[in-house]
Design a protein around this ligand. Structure first.
Ligand code: APR
Length: 229
């Protein structure tokens, strides 16, 4: 069975990573325009670096939860028939055991050179970072997709969504496109669509099936169902 899973901040919430749009979410304490746009980075790179440096450092104190681990088990069961797409920039899917994760909004533990596009694994702060090792420019930025930028891996995602038999969206509010539109695309190509989220998302009406509750409970149960047929 070909399956596409899309995850959002809700899957990491029980691990202690804040979501964006819930009460106390990241967008309550920060303005998107100040920290998550290319314009913000041009205007005030220090503030943007501090925001992502703090989030990168916080990864050291969180652990994957049973929802991440269940999706790793799904990968072991389905192999290449699973595409796991995440909007998350944390590394909890990988630490939960998934080996092929498409981070469509980039990754915290990576730096991107704005001058030559080289990517390099990054664990410390980017504020005060040395020049790019590949081209020498003083242009390293967080390797994340900001508002107004194009998400990564869209061709691979579109191919897999069009071919899948099951599309499952987990822990995402359905507020941000293009990810919020995948469900309609999958349904148009004949997939069964499932939402697993704490509460009904903005797009809940587009799903054939919706289950509401914490990801740590819903995801292992759903994975057990589809792997045992
Ligand atoms: N289990 C399941 N779902 C949960 C849980 C939980 N324990 N806790 C919260 N949720 C749900 C919330 O109800 C909400 O619908 O997760 C969703 C999180 O929504 P957002 O905060 O909007 O996060 P996300 O959908 O991933 O945001 C998309 O927006 O700002 C950007 O680039 C950022 O990738 C992010 C994108």
């Amino acid at each position: 069975m070909r399956v596409v899973v899309l995850t959002g901040a809700g899957i990491s919430a029980e691990s202690g990573v804040p979501t964006f749009r819930d009460a106390d979410g990241l967008w309550e304490g920060h303005r998107v325009e100040d920290v998550a746009t290319p314009q913000a980075f041009r205007r005030d790179p220090e503030t943007v670096h501090r925001f992502y440096d703090a989030r990168r450092a916080a990864l050291a104190s969180v652990e994957p939860n049973p929802a991440h681990e269940a999706l790793a088990a799904l990968e072991r069961a389905l192999g290449d028939d699973l595409l796991l797409v995440t909007q998350n920039i944390d590394d909890l899917h990988e630490r939960g055991g998934s080996t092929d994760v498409l981070h469509m909004h980039g990754r915290l533990r990576s730096a991107l050179c704005a001058a030559c596009d080289a990517r390099v694994g990054w664990d410390g702060p980017l504020l005060g970072a040395p020049p790019c090792a590949a081209c020498g420019a003083d242009a390293l930025r967080p390797d994340v997709v900001w508002f107004g930028e194009v998400p990564l891996g869209m061709e691979r995602i579109q191919r897999a969504v069009a071919r899948c038999e099951v599309f499952c969206s987990i822990g995402t509010s359905g507020a941000v496109y293009p990810a919020a539109g995948f469900v309609q695309y999958a349904a148009a190509y004949g997939a069964h669509t499932v939402e697993l989220n704490l509460v009904p998302s903005e797009g809940t009406a587009h799903f054939a099936e919706a289950r509401h509750g914490p990801a740590s409970r819903l995801v292992p149960a759903w994975v057990a169902e589809i792997t045992t047929g």
